[in-house]
Design a protein around this ligand. Structure first.
Ligand code: SF4
Length: 293
């Protein structure tokens, strides 16, 4: 089932589930650029009427200046707070609210700013998914297996597989030609729901029917981004799929990442490692240590 070496597993989830460290830098860079852009815009908005407003009332430019200054301060403070939450990976008072601000306001702004700075949409989407994952993890959400849903794209299924799995994944014969087998095994091992959707409409219907508290979704950057946005405020932990044969065709998923995420949301503690006995130092080394004391 596992397609990654066991030594790599523990660190998988710590970076937000998608091991693309530069995404965090892209997000923070674009966030700072957006903030500077807004501050400059507010400065211009204040300065332009400054000349004319004096004629209406001598105090009006000052009042407007204080107002814009406060708005800038709140924006800068909010951005710093968000960056701190991302870097520390801890819930600093209201990471749930922060996720809402990122989903509704910052991401659309970042796509625009990214365009100006020549950052591709897919890169912005990847960083958005990673930041969303960080903020979901920062909430330290734990749920029961019946309230955790694994939502998978249909393109994971082997293209020649005759079995219909969109209605019921249990129909999978577990031949091992695609990662659906591994996902069914994870779903059975942890007793969590598993659903395969052919598109956004079916995914939405599944979510309404199953009413999960947390979703672990696998898809491409575009579908994950829209899925996270559509489902808000429902927490969606996104894992991008692998596309060795091109988009939407025999795609794959890192099963270790899926299982690791399941364990985090079910609060499954890692199995205790047997205690290792301290190894006695070789006689020559012990002799040397005695000489040095
Ligand atoms: S593992 Fe299941 S879904 Fe995949 S090809 Fe085999 S029977 Fe079909």
């Amino acid at each position: 089932m596992s397609n990654q070496s066991p030594e790599q597993s523990p660190s998988i989830i710590l970076d937000g589930g998608n091991s693309i460290r530069p995404q965090k830098r892209i997000f923070i860079g674009l966030l700072i650029a957006t903030c500077c852009f807004l501050a400059i815009l507010l400065g211009v908005l204040w300065y332009v009427p400054y000349v004319g407003l004096t004629n209406i009332h001598p105090d009006l430019p000052l009042i407007l200046g204080i107002f814009f200054g406060l708005v800038s301060l709140i924006a800068v403070g909010g951005v710093l707070f968000l960056i701190l939450t991302i870097l520390l990976g801890r819930d600093l008072f209201f990471s749930k609210r922060l996720r809402g601000i990122v989903v509704k306001i910052i991401f659309p702004l970042m796509v625009l700013v990214g365009k100006i700075f020549g950052v591709s949409k897919v890169k912005v989407q990847r960083s958005f998914i990673e930041i969303n994952n960080n903020l979901v993890l920062a909430q330290h959400l734990h749920t029961t297996p019946d309230k955790l849903l694994l939502l998978m794209p249909h393109c994971l299924q082997y293209h020649e597989c005759p079995v219909r799995i969109t209605g019921n994944v249990v129909n999978c014969k577990r031949c091992g030609k695609c990662h659906i087998k591994g996902l069914v095994e994870i779903s059975e091992k942890y007793h969590v729901g598993l659903a395969v959707a052919t598109g956004g409409t079916l995914a939405r219907r599944i979510v309404i029917e199953k009413r999960p508290k947390v979703i672990i979704a696998v898809a491409c950057e575009r579908d994950l981004t829209s899925g996270i946005q559509d489902s808000y405020p429902l927490p969606v932990y996104g894992i991008t799929n692998k596309r060795p044969h091109g988009p939407c065709y025999d795609t794959q998923v890192d099963l270790d990442k899926v299982e690791e995420a399941v364990k985090v949301f079910l609060n499954v503690q890692p199995e205790a490692q047997p205690e290792t006995q301290p190894v006695a130092a070789p006689a020559s080394e012990a002799r040397w240590q005695n000489q040095t004391h």
